[in-house]
Structures are given as C-alpha cells and as structure tokens.
Design a protein. Structure first.
Length: 475
C-alpha cells in the first residue's frame, strides 16, 4: 500500500493492450480504501494533493515529460552512444530502454487519471460536505487535470493531428471500472477532452480567487494582507489548475485539434487578464527577472508544480543536461541582444566548453521559485500570433519580441512561413520544458526544422503503444 501525504490509495489498475495495434484497453480493476477519504472536505483535498504530488514525479513532469525524455526526442542534450537519450535523438523506438521509458510514462499518466477519477466518482454524491465554493474548485481542478493528462497522452502516443486516422487509438477514461476501456477515435477523444475543459471552466469562473487577486497577493495571504482566505487551500492558485490555467489548456487543446478561432479566443482570455489595478495578471519575463536569478520567469507561470526537491536535484541535472554546440549561435542566431542568450539563462563551462541551461537553477533552498512550469503566458502569445487576425497577431508578436529584447519585426504574410517563425520561437522559449516535440509533431515538421537533430535521424512522430500487456498503475 502506498501513502500519498495523508491518504492511502490502493490503485491496482491494469493497462492491457490487445494484439491489434490500433486497439488499446485500459482496465483499472481499481479499489480505493475509502472509509473516511471521501466522507469529508479534507479527504477530498488530500486526495487532490496526492494527484499533484504524482504529477511532479520523475516519471511525469518532474523530469520525463519536461526536462529529459521529451527533450531527448528533439535532441536538446548531448548524449552517450547507445544511451536512452541517443536512441530518442534518432527516434529509435525499438530500443528496450526507450520502450521501458515510455511504458513508465504511459502507466504514470493513466495512474494519475485513475486517481482523478476516484475523486470525480464520489464528489457529486458528497456535495453537501463542502464549504461554499470548494466543491466547484476541487471538481474543476480534477476535470481539467484529467484533460491535461489525456491531452499529453494523445500528443505523445496519438496520431499527428493533421492526419488523425493513422496512429494509435487511445482510451479517454472517465470512470473507475472493472470494464476495459477501449481506444476511441480521434474525434471522440477530442469531444470528451473539450467537454471536461468546458465543465471545468464553468465551475471555476465564479469561485476562483485568481480572478480577483494578483499572483503576488495569492502568494502572500494573511489577516493583514489583501488576500485573507477563509481557507488557505485557496492560496497559491498559480500552483494549481486555476481558471486561467483551464483557459490556457483550452487554447493548447484547440490548437492541437486545428480550431484556430477557439484557440485564439481562449489564449486572449489569459493574455488580457488584468488585476484590479489594471496591471497584467501574467506578464512576460524580462532581463530584470534573469538578473534576479528568476531564470524560469515565474511571472509567466499560469500553472506549474512546486517541487521542493528541485534545488537539490538541479546540480545533478546540470551535470547531465548540456550542449556542446554554441547555443547562442545555433539556437538564437547570436543576436547579441536576445535576453535568452545574454542574461545567464545559459552558462558555459570554460574548461569543458559545455553549455548548461540554468532555467531550473534555484538560487537557494529556501527559495519559493522551485516551480516546474506546465502552462505559461509566452505560449499563449505564440498561440495567439499563429491563430489571430493579422493586426492583432502583429501587435502581440511585437510585444513578445520586445520583451525578449529583439525588437519588433513584421510577420510573414504567408501562413506557412508565419507558422514556421512561431515554431522556431517554441524551441527557443520552451527549451527544457518538454513542449518542442509537440510543436514539431503538430505541424509534422521535417528534420531540418528540428534544431540540433542528428543528420542521420529519420523523424517519426508516431510512437508505438507500450508493448507490455499489463502495467500496474500503483503497487
């Protein structure tokens, strides 16, 4: 039995894959030890906290889905010969270590979904145990987290969105059940995911404190402060799946599904969000942030995970996740101006000539900046630039570029050339965050677009389904 904070969950779910490649079943066989877990508001809160803890595990967003595996797929780091990383660089999905890695990711995502569904299966029948607004908050977070995990499963293991009939069919799991969940079509998966997000947004839009308080106020709650909640569970909303995170996730999802109008609409909700004093809710990072060693631009984080161990793990990661090629030239064009190349985000060891990314370097262990960004405002700008009307797109493009100190620049009139420019910025902007592979896959980018990809690599965006027939979701 595994303890997650103060809760005890026994999730003996089983993923089973039939012999037919396009047919996947997810068979939870799940039991939850719940005599008291779902009898109180505290129990639901603790269960949800456990899910956030799962998500920051190294199998998911603590490493594999952000800094390591997903970045190896786009050759972000130098690797040893015949290592997992080198095989990922070459899109060699037949390597045993690569298969084990993806089996771990696949199982961990569905394990998180199983725990989310355990909450959702009980929350409506226990609605009367919640204080005002808390039922809506917890249910909204769960629905959106379920969509978040499912979207990443689809983006990683599913088809290229412009050709959705070729590739794996995946299950969209909405309940704990002993009945196997078969893979569904791309369109059905899309419908279920967007439905979860619509409901999540509707639940949060009238109760989430992030609508009425700034990030600074939410970080500093108290009796003599601007934000003094009746329940401190409502503080630090940028570290939870808040209302604006739902809208940002909608923008990301609509972009993946090819609905540019809705992607732009949702991205603008986040971009245009304002505090009571008229300042931006989420602002683009600047050189001043880098000067204060806020390399991850925390002001941009719409949703992230707090990882208290990031300080202790970072030095080890910096020793592994490096590049030998001149990053300032190959990645940024050696502008001599771009704050991402000039202000300490990358640092080169003079002896080894290796360059390390300091994005997740935390100044001190007591720092509150130990955050892994999962949704950030810069991505919303890039989505809006790609999908918006010409005049608005140009305005946002200029604002984004000026924040990076590279000046305004006219967008290409041709839609494909514009998209190519945006994809280049995904690579520069979200390095180390696991998003570049998805950006390349969405547009079926050729190898020549993938910065640092080996000349011998044969690009393959269609990952095979994990081969093992059963994977325990929790032991």
């Amino acid at each position: 039995m595994k303890k997650i904070k103060y809760i005890t969950l026994v999730l003996l779910g089983v993923l089973s894959v039939s012999s037919c490649k396009d047919y996947l079943t997810v068979d939870p066989l799940t039991t939850v030890a719940q005599p008291t877990l779902y009898e109180s508001e505290t129990g639901f809160k603790d269960a949800l906290t456990g899910i956030y803890m799962q998500m920051k595990s190294t199998q998911l967003y603590g490493e594999n889905m952000t800094m390591t595996t997903m970045e190896h797929l786009v050759s972000s780091w130098e690797t040893d010969v015949n290592s997992v990383g080198s095989n990922l660089n070459s899109f060699n999905y037949t390597d045993a270590q690569v298969q084990n890695t993806f089996e771990g990711v696949f199982g961990a995502e569905y394990k998180a979904i199983a725990n989310i569904n355990a909450i959702l299966d009980h929350i409506d029948e226990k609605k009367d145990v919640f204080q005002p607004g808390m039922y809506e908050t917890i249910k909204s977070e769960c629905l959106a987290l379920r969509a978040y995990c499912h979207l990443d499963i689809l983006r990683l293991f599913g088809p290229i969105p412009t050709n959705p009939t070729i590739g794996n069919k995946l299950p969209y799991v909405t309940h704990l059940s002993t009945t196997p969940n078969a893979g569904v079509s791309f369109s059905v998966y899309q419908e279920k995911l967007l439905k979860d997000l619509d409901e999540a947004a509707a639940l949060a839009q009238n109760v989430d404190p992030i609508l009425n308080y700034s990030l600074a106020e939410l970080k500093d709650p108290g009796p003599a402060k601007a934000f003094y909640p009746s329940d401190y569970y409502l503080a630090y909303r940028y570290l939870r799946m808040n209302y604006y995170a739902v809208k940002a996730l909608q923008a990301r999802a609509y972009l993946w599904f090819g609905n540019k109008g809705k992607a732009y609409e949702c991205a603008r909700v986040v971009i245009d969000a304002k505090n009571s004093n008229g300042t931006e809710k989420f602002r683009l990072g600047t050189s001043a942030d880098l000067a204060s060693e806020d390399y991850a631009f925390s002001s941009e984080h719409i949703f992230g995970l707090f990882d208290n161990g990031l300080f202790r793990r970072n030095d080890a990661l910096l020793n592994i996740l490096k590049r030998g090629a001149p990053v300032d030239e190959t990645l940024y064009g050696k502008t001599g101006k771009d704050i991402r190349e000039m202000n300490g985000l990358w640092k080169t060891n003079n002896a080894t000539k290796k360059t390390a990314l300091y994005k997740f370097k935390v100044k001190e262990e007591a720092s509150t900046l130990k955050q892994i960004p999962l949704l950030r405002i810069s991505e919303m700008y890039l989505i809006a630039v790609e999908t918006g009307p010409q005049a608005e797109a140009q305005q946002l493009w200029d604002k984004f570029r000026i924040a990076r100190n590279i000046g305004a620049l006219a967008l290409p009139a041709d839609a494909k050339l514009l998209q190519d420019e945006v994809i280049k910025e995904y690579r520069k902007e979200l390095y180390g965050e696991g998003q570049a592979f998805f950006a390349y896959k969405r547009v079926n980018a050729p190898r020549s677009m993938i910065t640092f990809a080996p000349a011998t690599a044969i690009v393959n965006y269609l990952l095979p389904m994990p081969k093992t027939e059963t994977v325990n979701l929790d032991r």
